[in-house]
Design a protein around this ligand. Structure first.
Ligand code: ADP
Length: 265
């Protein structure tokens, strides 16, 4: 449904949709993380993190506060430099090729960093300049996204006048301006009312059904159960569980119970 909706183009057209990393078992992966470590001075924030994400996955990163989720996502979108280890996104090495990777990547940071004094539409169009998207294309894409996120009424409103839920929708819309195949979201529903949270879940599920791979963190187990096809659970910077919900719970405990057990350790 959404494929008709979203026009795919990249300014320096690199169609990387089907170029993925070959990993164990000759499977294709859109993201591969190997033996990743991050130290802040003497403190180990991430300890030997290894996982793969398949194209089309809705992949979750779960963990209590301080587990290392944001640090890992910030490394993936090139805001924080890892101490060691490797990351490939669509067969490109993040260390050397971020400039290429970014054309096919959407980012929703926890701190939305929208421009408060500009309108919703201006926020989208200015962001599109970062990717060198032509003005006409940018206008078309912005209108599609405003429609999809039911933001038409707010098109000309200043971001500073919007509620938290609307701002979050603008940030997600903005992350799609370059028509990425992969979006990374850092706790996108944190602090939102249940109604807004549900609305964002619905939109993310539609995006995932349209073929976009989603990598997202949360500490809400209800959200994890509803959305994630595969996940890792982090605690104190280490992966303590990895797989589908049924692999993790072994159908004995709920994800919430497992999470609470982990958070106590
Ligand atoms: P989460 O997102 O799971 O809540 P974070 O990735 O934000 O966890 O933090 C993981 C750990 O790393 C925390 O103990 C945090 O205090 C520490 N940390 C994060 N960023 C920095 C930094 N810039 N300097 C020092 N310590 C940091």
């Amino acid at each position: 449904m959404l494929n008709n909706y979203i026009i795919r183009y990249h300014p320096h057209f690199i169609d990387m949709r089907y170029i993925c990393c070959k990993g164990e078992g000759m499977q294709n992966y859109i993201v591969t993380v190997k033996n990743l470590n991050k130290m802040f001075n003497n403190f180990t924030a991430l300890n030997d993190i290894t996982f793969n994400v398949k194209p089309g996955d809705f992949f979750g990163l779960i963990g209590p506060n301080g587990a290392g989720k944001s640090t890992l996502l910030k490394i993936l979108y090139h805001l924080v430099t890892p101490t060691s280890g490797s990351i490939h996104i669509q067969n490109l090495d993040l260390k050397y090729d971020y400039r290429k990777i970014k054309y096919n990547l959407g980012i929703v940071p926890q701190d939305d960093n929208l421009d408060e004094d500009l309108s919703v539409l201006e926020n989208l169009t200015i962001y599109s300049m970062y990717f060198g998207i032509h003005r006409k294309k940018s206008a078309e894409k912005s209108n599609e996204l405003l429609d999809f996120f039911n933001l038409n009424e707010k098109k000309y409103s200043k971001v500073s006048s919007l509620s938290g839920g609307l701002r979050r929708r603008v940030t997600i819309a903005r992350s799609l301006i370059n028509d990425p195949d992969l979006i990374i979201l850092d706790e996108p529903t944190v602090g939102l009312d249940p109604e807004y949270r549900q609305n964002i879940w619905n939109k993310l599920q539609l995006l995932n059904k349209s073929g976009i791979t989603i990598l997202m963190s949360t500490h809400y187990m209800e959200e994890a159960e509803k959305l994630f096809k595969n996940m890792i659970i982090l605690n104190h910077g280490r992966i303590v569980k990895n797989g589908k919900i049924s692999d993790i719970t072994l159908n004995k405990k709920t994800l919430e119970e497992i999470f609470l057990d982990i958070a106590k350790t």
